[in-house]
Design a protein around this ligand. Structure first.
Ligand SMILES: [Zn+2]
Ligand SMILES: [Zn+2]
Length: 350
């Protein structure tokens, strides 16, 4: 008999009583780095657009959140969380045709207490170029350790920006690292692509599947990377409201939100709303938010190596786990192109 063992984020969540869903963005900039709005404008934008939290992640600057929270926070309704984007680049290009393109390996620190200076950087100045002999995997290991030491949790950002990050760069990431599978900046190449020489860069989502297939417990994040907060109708971006996470936590606090994210108790979205996710009784089921006359939904349940296990239409997609999938996650699209991604439930069959 096939005995299933589920090591699911959402099984852990079943033990959390009175848990609620909190919508938030974990990647945003202000005038304290290269954003075009003050932190007040940024916090106000997210509060007024249905978010319960925003993490301000300026480049090499820890924007003070206490004064923002004094103005904008309300118990259980809105919170600003401190953070930083650690703006690491390699010391040399990997592409002889483009010697000035030094690959980016940016990492967000969420709920950190002090600035992490990137390798080759100096305090108070954004960006750092690592020593030329250092590999990207080594820079990730160093910066993730520094982020942990600063009290934060790490989110690996936009792997396909300037075609910077490859699978081998990511294999050393520790379990419970957050990984951007969708970034709202319009120049990030979320979907991957091939160049004229046949070099293929997988989508960020496919990179995630490769990591999951190797047994890494990595959680997929969608985030804005917002920089521009004015004239939003005319600007192509990077602007707010493009991509977010919805976190299941027992309360709205910096510790409880980041702890829930670190155990994978959240989903990511560009617009699809999931009312409930359950992974008990040997099945993964979702309850999507919609109306019969509204958008139509298609949910792909995905397993090892990105294999599509089932495609299920409708508002109540369900997948019965067989035991040989490796992991099961759901990717929902609606008839207008909006998406949502649940975190994987790991399946160990015998
Ligand atoms: Zn970045
Ligand atoms: Zn950024």
């Amino acid at each position: 008999m096939n005995r299933l063992r589920l090591i699911g984020a959402f099984l852990c969540a079943a033990a959390v009583s009175h848990a609620a869903w909190f919508k938030g963005n974990t990647h945003t900039h202000t005038i304290n780095s290269d954003g075009n709005a003050t932190s007040d404008v940024v916090a106000r934008w997210y509060r007024e657009h249905g978010y319960q939290f925003v993490v301000i992640t300026d480049h090499e600057y820890l924007t003070a959140v206490a004064p923002l929270n004094a103005l904008f926070a309300r118990d259980g309704q809105f919170l600003v969380i401190a953070g930083q984007e650690v703006t690491q680049h390699l010391g040399r290009s990997r592409d002889p045709r483009d010697p000035t393109n030094r690959p980016a390996c940016h990492v967000n620190a969420l709920n950190s207490r002090r600035v992490v200076v990137p390798l080759g950087g100096t305090a108070g100045k954004a960006f750092g170029f690592a020593p030329p002999e250092m590999t990207m995997a080594e820079t990730y290991a160093r910066n993730l350790a520094e982020i942990r030491a600063a009290g934060g949790i790490a989110q690996v950002n936009h792997p396909n920006w300037k075609w910077s990050v490859r699978l081998e760069d990511l294999l050393g990431l520790p379990d419970d690292t957050l990984f951007e599978i969708w970034n709202g900046h319009p120049a990030i190449n979320n979907l991957g692509g091939a160049d004229e020489d046949g070099n293929i860069a997988p989508s960020a989502e496919a990179l995630w599947d490769s990591l999951l297939s190797k047994g890494r417990r990595i959680w997929g994040v969608a985030a804005d990377d917002s920089h521009y907060f004015y004239h939003l109708a005319e600007t192509p971006g990077p602007k707010p409201g493009q991509a977010w996470v919805v976190v299941r936590a027992d309360q709205l606090g910096a510790e409880s939100i980041t702890a829930a994210m670190a155990r994978g108790d959240f989903y990511s979205s560009t617009g699809v709303v999931i009312d409930e996710i359950t992974s008990t009784g040997g099945a993964v089921s979702l309850q999507l938010n919609g109306q019969p006359s509204g958008p139509r939904f298609l949910t792909k349940f995905i397993g090892r190596e990105g294999r599509v296990l089932a495609e299920v239409p409708g508002l109540h997609p369900r997948y019965a786990i067989k035991g040989d999938e490796g992991y099961v996650r759901a990717h929902v699209t609606d008839s207008n192109g909006l998406q949502a991604w649940t975190q994987p439930v790991f399946v160990a069959g015998r």
